[in-house]
Ligand binder design. Structure first.
Ligand code: ZN
Length: 122
């Protein structure tokens, strides 16, 4: 399956570190923005032989193994098959709220609670 990874919330100093981690995950990069030392690519397209959940878990595990704990892997609720890396400390400022169950994120606290209620019925 084809997945997308949005690194636009990752700060410049961490991009290379995170890219190294991503390279450890078995995948074939299809396309990325032109690589230039001044403007690192922020949006990646991947071919990965599993589901988006497996890709998300592989990414999360690799980040943990490399002690990159300040970023949270999450699925973009607006774009299909897209994972986003968000820095934990920035979440409040960005106005982003996470579902405690599945990690989906919302831009209002209300949206988060409405969504979370759905989990109780399954
Ligand atoms: Zn959820």
């Amino acid at each position: 399956m084809r997945f997308y990874l949005d690194l636009s919330f990752v700060s410049g100093q961490h991009i290379n570190e995170i890219l190294n981690v991503i390279n450890l995950i078995s995948h074939s990069p299809i396309n990325s923005q032109e690589i230039s030392p001044e403007v690192p690519p922020l949006y990646f397209e991947f071919e990965f032989s599993g589901s988006i959940i497996e890709f998300e878990n592989a990414l999360r595990l690799s980040l943990e193994r490399n002690s990159i704990t300040e970023y949270k892997v999450t699925q973009d609720s607006q774009k299909e098959n897209t994972l986003t890396l968000l820095k934990s400390g920035d979440l409040g400022q960005l106005g982003i709220y996470f579902c405690d169950f599945c990690g989906a994120f919302f831009n209002s606290e209300e949206g988060k609670y409405i969504h979370e209620r759905a989990h109780y019925f399954f």
